[in-house]
Ligand binder design. Structure first.
Ligand code: CU
Length: 145
């Protein structure tokens, strides 16, 4: 009886440890902007390699005054941006942040950024822990690929 109970508890622990979301960030890049521009866009592909849903709730970076999740939308032929709410990623699924759609809105750069530079961005998730990603600054056209 005692042995059986022990096995049951172990099994429960394993399930708990496995049922977690895990965010992997790929192809993270920032579109370089002319000097003096206080607003840049970051793109990446976020994969949830865990086996539970992950909610992306925001982002921050020591190199920017503010980082938020945005989405570009075309309203009657006019490109607009709006804040993106929390983004839920199912287990095994990915969400693409790309030009013309979802992006990381990077405001108020704290240093000059040129092509080839790297920037650390921390992507907050629920449940945690947050994912640290290194974004590479790329030329305007190159970043759109
Ligand atoms: Cu934006």
């Amino acid at each position: 009886m005692r042995l059986k109970l022990c096995g049951f508890i172990l099994f429960g622990t394993v399930i708990h440890a496995v049922a977690a979301g895990r965010l992997v960030v790929d192809d993270a890049r920032i579109r370089a902007a002319p000097p003096g521009v206080a607003m840049l866009a970051g793109y990446a592909t976020l994969h949830n390699t865990g086996d539970a849903p992950v909610m992306v709730t925001g982002a921050s970076s020591p190199d920017f005054g503010d980082v938020s999740l945005h989405e570009s939308v075309n309203q009657n032929g006019v490109e607009r941006m709006r804040p993106l709410g929390d983004v839920s990623i199912a287990p095994g699924a990915s969400v693409v942040f790309a030009p013309g759609g979802k992006h990381f809105m990077l405001m108020d750069p704290k240093r000059a950024l040129k092509a080839g530079d790297t920037v650390k961005i921390q992507i907050s998730t629920k449940p945690g822990p947050s994912a640290d990603a290194e974004f590479v600054v790329r030329d305007f056209l190159e970043a759109a690929e």
